[in-house]
Design a binder for this molecule. Structure first.
Ligand code: NAP
Ligand code: ZN
Length: 335
């Protein structure tokens, strides 16, 4: 396309407005994708508000994209026009560093996010390096698969890295876009699953999604009752927290893994870490190879987002509901 129409943000916290841009010539390694669906991730909201100080205005948010390839650059061998693909947080990487060569492109220092310094998926089309456009298994529905491309891989990666299996006890803090997929993947891995949530109304849905147990995370007695029970706790929340309660919920060798981005430093006492050889870590999306694996697992184990559908032109409404923590569980915009 010689110009691409989308919905962009022009200043921190502003409403999205129609935005048209010229993508220039298609680079040999790139593909252009006509977008059918795009999930609304909380990271889009952090970028809209410039919470991370990295936003470059104006920009079109959106990095949970599904669509059809319309054009391929001359160096692209593995995709052809018409292929249905998904695109997540990452649009490019250097391809040569230690991490890219190991197949951990998500750790490349030159990694390019899909909507930072470039325009993302709240639009009719997008261009990315073809290495980051993933073919979707046929069994996946486009709307409920779009959130897998960021939320899904972000929770799948640490579950896989921790070797979660039927002997594992996995806790998930925050049952939003990421968290509701984490419950499903942890259950698919055979773990005993605990949902930690501030929203009592989510209890029955959390159990349907795969949790064996629901803990109200603002109830300190309920948190105390799960002390020393969890092998892996995945925090998907974007809020400050009494983190020591979650470190206390870990078994020896247990890990608290942060994927959600709290606004303030995470502070924990050293002694419980030392005494139980416990660990606090982070995790950042996943490589293309891991995304392909995750999509295959989702297709075979029926992992799918629960979505609220909006038209692309209704992006501001979706964002408004996300700001209020009203979405069950992922807003998806459709063209
Ligand atoms: P989301 O749909 O808004 O879900 C976040 C959940 O956090 C909410 O549903 C809520 O769950 C809980 N929460 C909200 N406010 C809270 C508060 N004040 N105290 C305690 N819990 C609270 O967001 P998301 O799209 O899943 O994204 C979550 C975070 O992950 C964001 O910070 C996002 O930037 C980050 N993220 C990171 C990566 C990565 O690669 N590491 C990738 C994608 C997203 P309950 O109602 O159950 O309490
Ligand atoms: Zn995201």
């Amino acid at each position: 396309m010689s110009s691409i129409q989308g919905y962009g943000v022009h200043a921190a916290g502003a409403e999205l407005l129609p935005l048209r841009y010229d993508p220039g010539d298609l680079r040999p390694q790139d593909v252009e994708v006509r977008i059918t669906h795009c999930g609304v991730c909380h990271s889009d909201l952090h970028l809209i508000d410039n919470d991370w100080g990295m936003s470059q205005y104006p920009f079109i948010p959106g990095h949970e994209i599904v669509g059809a390839v319309t054009e391929v650059g001359e160096a692209v061998r593995h995709l052809v026009p018409g292929d249905r693909v998904g695109i997540g947080w990452q649009a490019d990487s250097c391809g040569y560093c230690e991490w890219c060569r190991k197949g951990e492109e998500n750790l490349c220092s030159q990694a390019q996010p899909t909507c930072v310094g470039r325009h993302g998926g709240y639009a009719e089309a997008v261009r990315v390096n073809a290495r980051f456009a993933m073919k979707l298994p046929e069994a996946l529905d486009s709307e409920t698969a779009a959130p897998l491309l960021c939320a899904g891989i972000t929770v799948y990666q640490p579950l896989r890295a921790a070797g979660v299996n039927p002997s594992s006890r996995v806790g998930v803090i925050g049952i939003g876009g990421l968290g509701h997929l984490a419950l499903q993947f942890a259950r698919a891995f055979g773990a005993e699953v605990t949902a930690f949530s501030t929203s009592q109304v989510k209890e029955s849905e959390a159990l349907e999604l795969g949790a064996h147990r629901f803990v109200h995370s603002r109830d300190s007695k309920a948190l105390k009752a799960v002390e020393g029970t969890q092998d892996l706790i995945l925090s998907t929340i974007n809020a400050a927290q009494e983190w020591s309660a979650y470190v206390g919920a870990l078994r020896p060798h247990g890990t608290l893994c942060l994927v959600g981005v709290p606004p303030r430093p995470v502070s924990v006492e050293a002694f419980p870490l030392i005494a139980g050889a416990r660990c606090v870590c982070g995790s950042n999306t996943g490589s293309p190879a891991r995304i392909a694996e995750m999509l295959d697992v989702a297709a075979r184990h029926n992992v799918a987002a629960r979505t609220e559908s909006f038209r692309m032109a209704e992006a501001n409404q979706a964002i408004g509901r996300l700001r209020k923590n009203h979405i069950h569980y992922r807003a998806v915009l459709a063209n």
